[in-house]
Each structure stands twice: as C-alpha cells, then as structure tokens.
Design a protein. Structure first.
Length: 157
C-alpha cells in the first residue's frame, strides 16, 4: 500500500502543481488512498520531494510547489516525458487548448494525453505538429495550460 501511495504521489506531483501537504492529502483521498497529513509528510521526506518557488501573478505572490529534485532528467510518466521533450507551446481559449510540437510529434503527445485520462480533458485531436485538447469545463482551461507548462518545466508568460 505504501509503495502504491508513493507512486501516486509522484504521479500527482509530476502532473500538476501541488502547493501543500493538505492539498496532497485531498488529492490522494480523491484517488482512493486513505492517508493522513503525517503519513504524507513522511512520504514526501522518503521520496526526496522539495518545495520550489513558482511565479505568481505579481512579485509578491510567492507560490510554491513540490517537485522531484531530478525532475529534469527523471520522468514519472510517459505523458510527463513527451510533454517535457516535445511540447513547444501551450495556449488556451474557452474550452480549447492548442499544443504545438515539432513536425511529426503531435500524435505521440495526443496519444499519451489520452492514455493519461485526465478527468478535465474530454478528448484530443492530433495533427502533424498541433494538438487540439478539448476541455470539459472552460473554467479549468487556464489550470490545464499551467499543468502543461509545469510538465514542460516552464512557467506562464
């Protein structure tokens, strides 16, 4: 159970910004894991996760998220790897996100995204160098764009 929970933690940290242990406890609970804040704290320590600053709306908005220290060379999921290596740009509007990739790479990224089965994503359409991501709820579009940028290792402009 501990190993499965820790794998789930690594996947969550790799696929979205996690700002607090309480947030991680909630996400684990939603995924079917019964973990306390103390358990999550021990898991974070054992996994070697660290909190790093991320850019907020203004200079005074210092936000933090958990990361795997070697995230630049070690990928937790196939989606993380292909987004980090192949997504050049992510831009959202309404219920849509457009991802740009090098020529011939879009279908690989679209397939990895479909396999990841993010609940916020209704589906994808992959061309040669562009992917259209259809978001179920337009209020989630900006968060998903940021998730793609986090997987890429960059922040919003």
């Amino acid at each position: 159970m501990k190993e499965r929970r820790q794998r789930a933690i690594l996947t969550l940290v790799a696929t979205r910004p996690i700002h607090s242990q309480d947030e991680l406890v909630s996400l684990l609970s939603a995924s079917g894991f019964d973990a306390t804040q103390a358990t999550v704290s021990r898991d974070i320590k054992e996994l070697g996760l660290v909190k790093v600053p991320i850019k907020g709306e203004s200079e005074d908005d210092a936000l933090f998220k958990y990361v795997v220290p070697s995230a630049s060379t070690q990928y937790v999921s196939r989606l993380h790897r292909v987004v980090a290596e192949l997504v050049l740009q992510a831009e959202g509007s309404g219920n849509f996100i457009v991802l740009k990739t090098p020529p011939g790479s879009a279908m690989m990224v679209a397939c990895a995204l479909d396999e990841a089965a993010w609940p916020e994503v209704m589906g994808t359409i992959g061309g040669d160098d562009t992917i259209l991501v259809i978001v179920r709820d337009a209020t989630k579009t900006a968060m998903l764009v940021q998730r793609f940028l986090d997987l890429r290792g960059t922040s919003a402009a």
